[in-house]
Write a protein that binds this ligand. Structure first.
Ligand code: FE
Length: 158
């Protein structure tokens, strides 16, 4: 079975790749303070990607205002993009949500959500990277170039 994370980095590499706050959530299963995250109140349409590996995780179409203080979604954009795992830490019986591609912690899922799924994916803003949909291209730019390619930053010596 191909259940191993496809993106693997050492903890040293993750520390270089992520901010300290992102590292604490994504790699140490931390939780950002309620109502403090960047995307709690974001109502723009677009896509939420994994902040660690850029995998598409949630669509803004499924985001709803849960009142909890964390970005909340009724379902993942692609079911296979996330992995669910029992989490009995802190004396609670919860279900952890991880990015299946890189194994990073995203948040938890609960059964008190609205709509047909009845699920509430409670996800840290720090675990997400938002791509707004339909952003107008800068004036005078060529329509064939979507943007700068950040893939080759060259900041990680072997
Ligand atoms: Fe990821």
């Amino acid at each position: 079975m191909a259940d191993e994370p496809r993106v693997e980095r050492t903890e040293e590499e993750w520390r270089e790749h992520l901010t300290p706050a992102q590292y604490d959530v994504l790699r140490r299963a931390g939780t950002e303070p309620a109502f403090a995250g960047e995307y709690v109140y974001n109502k723009e349409s677009g896509e939420y990607r994994c902040a660690a590996c850029a995998t598409m995780l949630f669509s803004a179409d499924t985001k709803f205002d849960s009142g909890t203080g964390w970005p909340s979604f009724t379902e993942p954009a692609v079911a296979q993009a996330v992995e669910l795992r029992p989490d009995r830490s802190y004396g609670m019986d919860r279900t952890e949500v991880l990015c299946r591609v890189c194994g990073s912690h995203l948040g938890h899922v609960f059964d008190d959500g609205p709509g047909p799924t009845g699920q509430r994916y409670c996800i840290n803003s720090l675990a997400l990277s938002f791509d707004a949909a339909g952003e107008p291209a800068p004036a005078g730019s060529s329509s064939s170039t979507p943007g700068p390619d950040e893939a080759d930053a060259g900041e990680h010596p072997q």
